[in-house]
Design a protein around this ligand. Structure first.
Ligand code: SOE
Length: 400
């Protein structure tokens, strides 16, 4: 019976499930069991009873990771049926219809390309790849395989950010003049902290740029438009870090960067990300200044959207208004609680996977609200161009 319900790579179009008993299963193969393995597994387990009636039931078929003890423990903790230390076994597992790649950046390309070739749908954490060239090879693979593909730019699925998108799409904001975004964290500043893969260019591709900058570059494309040129600066303040066995390891990625975005629609943008902003924990914040008003968002207050509207009474109502995005009609809120009972960072992953499952089960488009491998590739082109500009001290045109 279970087999009949599993969704293969060919699409089973459904009008949407009447109840979870009708919803088809999608077998999940998860690579990685650390931070994103935890965030994604949490989302898979919540979807059947919170995005109700579910469009699909994620079946936790398999999880893969290099350390046998750790991946076995993760399988037990989250409820994956099988644990592998070789991702190739996961790809070969017939119970897997969807590869979810939450591994380090150097482990994105090969498994995603192999999964697509095996007819599996592919979901990959950001950044899609270490370079634009590597990202393009992944895009080509999923397009020629005809599978659904998505990149985990999860902030597109924060209700307040989708509300900002709707205000822009409605025309209410009018022409956009400025995009101004920062993604600030502090955790990279301790010279005594043991290094990680995120500081090794060969594994990560870049530092704050691909890890944090990729998010605000994606939001710039999602909310404002396409940059036609960039100019950037980048710095590595700690060039070596403790390797955990008494020695020091080279750190050859950007600790922080700043960049200018010259949008093809005439808007001007600035983006800045760092792991050296003392006091900032996960401060992803942007402001849009437009013809009819301005919008400001802060991830650390993610249920709120601050909006300013031109023409309000200067004595009674002008000024930025703090809109609590939690009404039943607000994006995704029909699934949660009465207004004001706020949600959190983890819920962006619940919404994101619900969106992907719907695309798979009902053959719907992932774009434009979800990020596909096209978005992952274009993001990589822009990140490469920022590093190229930082090296050449020249503006760099963006060509996809
Ligand atoms: C880095 O610490 C990090 O975990 C990023 O990798 C995530 O994408 C971001 O959402 C939170 O910070």
């Amino acid at each position: 019976m279970a087999e009949e319900k599993q969704v293969s790579s060919s699409f089973t179009s459904m009008a949407g499930a009447a109840s979870d008993a009708d919803a088809p299963e999608i077998g999940i193969g998860m690579i990685g069991y650390a931070f994103m393995g935890k965030a994604h597994s949490n989302a898979f387990k919540k979807i059947p009873y919170m995005m109700y009636p579910p469009v699909a039931i994620p079946r936790l078929a398999a999880i893969a990771g290099r350390n046998e003890a750790a991946v076995t423990a993760a399988a037990q903790r989250y409820g994956y049926e099988r644990a592998y230390t070789d991702w190739r076994d996961l790809i070969a597992d017939d119970g897997v219809q969807l590869l979810d790649n939450g591994g380090p950046n150097d482990a994105h390309a090969e498994p995603c390309i192999a999964a697509a070739a095996a007819g599996k749908h592919v979901f990959c954490e950001k950044p899609l790849a270490r370079t634009a060239e590597e990202a393009k090879s992944m895009l080509d693979a999923v397009q020629s395989a005809g599978v659904k593909h998505m990149v985990a730019f999860n902030y597109r699925f924060v209700p307040a950010i989708q509300q900002a998108k709707k205000l822009i799409e409605s025309g209410k904001l009018g022409r956009i003049y400025h995009w101004r975004a920062v993604y600030l964290q502090e955790w990279g500043m301790d010279p005594e902290m043991e290094t990680s893969w995120r500081f090794n260019k060969a594994v990560a591709g870049s530092g704050a740029l691909g890890d944090l900058g990729a998010h605000i570059i994606d939001l710039a494309r999602f909310l404002v438009g396409e940059p036609k040129a960039v100019a950037g600066l980048a710095q590595t303040w700690l060039t070596e870090r403790p390797d955990g066995s008494g020695g020091m390891a080279k750190s050859d990625v950007d600790d922080g960067f700043v960049a200018l975005l010259d949008f093809d629609n005439g808007a001007l943008g600035t983006v800045e990300a760092t792991r050296f902003a003392q006091g900032r924990k996960n401060f992803n914040s942007f402001e849009i200044n437009a013809e009819n008003g301005s919008i400001h968002f802060n991830l650390e207050r993610l249920n709120e959207l601050n909006v300013f509207w031109k023409g309000e009474n200067p004595d009674t109502t002008q000024g930025f208004h703090n809109v609590l995005v939690s009404e039943a009609h607000h994006p995704y809120w029909e699934n949660w609680w009465p207004h004001g009972h706020i949600i959190g960072w983890e819920h962006s992953f619940v919404h994101e996977f619900h969106h992907f499952f719907n695309a798979i089960v009902n053959d719907a488009d992932v774009a434009p609200y979800g990020a596909t491998f096209v978005d992952g590739y274009r993001n990589a082109v822009i990140c490469d161009a920022i590093l190229q500009s930082a090296a050449s001290k020249k503006h760099v045109d963006i060509r996809y």
